[in-house]
Design a protein around this ligand. Structure first.
Ligand code: NAD
Length: 299
């Protein structure tokens, strides 16, 4: 600990993750293309760089937390990207959820520059990011995993080696397909129960002591007022955006097509989140599936 870590992408997740590294004694050099996100980290003691290139010229250990594949391509291989100035022997850890083939491509490009790239997408949500309670799913060589684990341990409670580069993404895409299905299922169940006259807090309590219990019902309930400190109780602000969930479900559908795995509920979940994204829900937390279904039911 104490070493300098570069951090690119300081949004809902990355901001908390970078802050935890500062708390645990690292010097941080950060970059985000939204000035407000950078300012918050600067106030917490981070040094601000003018580009990913500048980050890479100042440290050989970098974490990135970006929305989607195209942002990762730009941050790594763009004209002022990390790989334009990366130091030999650097470890590059990408925690974004992206297409596994893009992770593999980034690993190849990094290796040409003498650096090692691992994919390390996360599960847990913004509260787990804040509390250093994330689960990291890591794809990469064994020695790079061991080195990455030292820094990921400071932001998470589970750091799991999945196999070669891209397998972290594979695990993450599977998890999020199940999460989307369970969130829609929890939302339609809660809405039905409320229409039957049940108090939502009581219904949630019963589900959570019964066989319908899941993370979406217990930890991240989509009905406003059932839980405190979750996006549903804050007008679906913050959290995990519906557009990002739609992206992840698209990655799962690509993977299902490539492997010929049948995923009927994953496919339906993708379409429901696509409609939400195109109907004004893009920036709301993905638990707004409840609000979306409630609006349909009230028409
Ligand atoms: P976000 O949109 O809140 O944050 C992304 C950040 O990246 C933003 O600050 C944005 O300005 C920055 N960015 C975009 N393009 C950039 C560029 N070219 N250079 C520098 N910065 C750039 O997203 P998030 O919720 O923090 O999610 C990040 C990733 O983690 C996504 O892949 C998401 O699917 C995944 N994820 C999110 C959650 C969650 O609960 N929010 C949970 C698990 C995984």
């Amino acid at each position: 600990s104490g070493s300098t870590v570069g951090f690119v992408g300081l949004g809902n997740m990355g901001g908390h993750m970078a802050r935890n590294l500062i708390k645990k004694g690292h010097s941080l050099i950060v970059y985000d293309n939204v000035p407000a996100s950078v300012e918050a980290l600067k106030a917490d003691g981070a040094t601000v760089a003018a580009s990913p290139k500048e980050v890479a010229s100042q440290t050989n250990l970098i974490v990135s937390m970006l929305p989607a594949s195209q942002h990762v391509l730009e941050v790594y291989t763009g004209s002022s990207g990390i790989l334009s100035s990366v130091q030999k022997g650097s470890l590059l850890i990408d925690s974004s959820t992206i297409d596994p083939s893009v992770s593999q491509q980034m690993a190849e490009e990094s290796s040409k520059a003498g650096a090692t790239f691992v994919d390390a997408p996360v599960s847990g949500g913004v509260n787990a990011a804040r509390d250093a309670g994330l689960t990291f799913m890591v794809g990469g060589p064994e020695d790079a995993f061991a080195k990455a684990k030292e820094v990921l341990d400071k932001m998470g409670k589970n750091v799991v080696h999945c196999g070669p580069v891209g397998t972290g993404q594979a695990a993450k895409i599977c998890n999020n397909m199940l999460l989307a299905i369970s969130m829609i299922g929890t939302s339609e169940t809660m809405n039905l129960g409320m229409k039957l006259g049940l108090d939502p807090k009581l219904l949630a309590k019963i589900l959570n002591m019964s066989s319908g219990r899941c993370w979406s019902s217990e930890v991240y309930n989509p009905v406003p007022g059932v839980l405190e400190g979750v996006p549903s109780s804050n007008d679906y602000k913050g959290g995990f955006g519906t557009a990002l969930m739609t992206k992840d479900l698209g990655l799962a559908q690509n993977a299902a097509t490539a492997t010929k795995a049948p995923t009927p509920l994953g496919s339906l979940a993708h379409q429901i989140y696509r409609i939400m994204t195109n109907s004004g829900y893009a920036g709301k937390d993905f638990s707004s599936a409840f609000q979306f279904l409630q609006e349909q039911a009230n028409q």
